[in-house]
Design a protein around this ligand. Sequence first.
Ligand SMILES: Cc1cc2nc3c(=O)[nH]c(=O)nc-3n(C[C@H](O)[C@H](O)[C@H](O)COP(=O)(O)OP(=O)(O)OC[C@H]3O[C@@H](n4cnc5c(N)ncnc54)[C@H](O)[C@@H]3O)c2cc1C
Length: 377
Amino acid sequence: MKHDSVVIVGAGIIGLNVALVLAKKGHGQHTTIIAEHLPGDTSIDYTSPWAGANFSAISASDENALRWDKLGYAHLLDLAAKDGRNAYVKETSSIEYWDEAPSAAKIDSMARYLKDVSLKFQITSSPSGIQCVSIFLYFAQFSEIPTQELPEGVAFGVKFTTITVNAPSHIQYLLSKLTEEYGVRVIRRKIPKVSSAFLSQHTKVVFNCTGNAARHLEGVNDSKCFPTRGQILLTRAPHISQNTMRHGKDYETYVIPRPYSNGNVILGGFMQKGISTADTFGDETRSILSRTKAMLPALDSPDTEILIALSGLRPSREGGARVEREDASLKDRGHRGVIVHNYGAGGTGFQAGYGMAVEAVSLVSQELHGLAPQASL
Ligand SMILES: Cc1cc2nc3c(=O)[nH]c(=O)nc-3n(C[C@H](O)[C@H](O)[C@H](O)COP(=O)(O)OP(=O)(O)OC[C@H]3O[C@@H](n4cnc5c(N)ncnc54)[C@H](O)[C@@H]3O)c2cc1C
């Protein structure tokens, strides 16, 4: 019964992050996740397993996106340091290129918190002619790449330390942690309308984390939602350890080493607004290969093996993600409840999801206050 108090609809990275924030506040045993698809499943209607995934400047430049990114970066950096191997997240050196310079707001914001750690070597000679090599660990904010070092057609580039995430393994890690460590209950079920998530009179809050389904789910029907299809290649390229991205006017090219995998690397990609097919296409595979090899010539090697082409649908939304509280009157149940919408993360659910979750949970702090915190299991 106490598990009915808070219900999260959706077990993608967005719903799982909400559950994590609730569990850390002592509400694991008040929480139920209801989802049609769970970590370990694959479906075109379940985006999270298909993500690259990394932290990048792919997100929008509005205040919400910048704030969620910042919170997400701090969370993932901390997780990588404390439990990276189990959580499948890792600090990775990264280069990002833009064909057209990004907005000053975006660069200013990133420059304030992204870190860059690199080794510097210095060779000095003593008066007697003996050469000495000194190695410094050099900490700095992210650094701009000098214009003369940029590839042809690139207007701007930065180097920094990013976080790479093994998406399918990371969501399985989160589910295990939530159920085994914090006592969160999980029910596999497809609900016909958002109000069905009010499981009983005891349900105070429902988090709607349904990704692309928010467009058609009864009680939500958000016509601003649309899918943005991406095709990627899962490859084995153990010699690649550098995250590299190029943001073009109408394309995204990226190489993401998948952490704690069998030397796997994700190559991408495409951002096709409004396209929702799960099919993959040979000409797109060829385009990804030619663009990624041009960007990172080390890929053009007999050690690079293409394993499979995959397709996923980013849950995009005009105007950006919706993190919003709605007070609902549940006439058929004779009581009132609160729905917190948290969907529309587009191409940023892994990097911004924790920040979105922190804010979504803060919208119901009063309702949560009425629930006695539980000790973890
Ligand atoms: C090719 C590709 C590359 C990407 N790369 C990155 C990256 O590098 N970095 C990054 O941050 N992001 C990346 N993304 C984006 C990221 O994957 C998404 O933002 C994220 O997965 C969205 O998560 P979600 O939880 O909102 O949706 P989903 O993962 O789709 O989860 C939705 C959940 O809701 C459930 N659900 C829906 N309707 C119902 C219902 N009626 N009843 C019960 N359950 C329901 C589903 O079963 C599922 O559990 C990428 C995406 C793609 C496709």
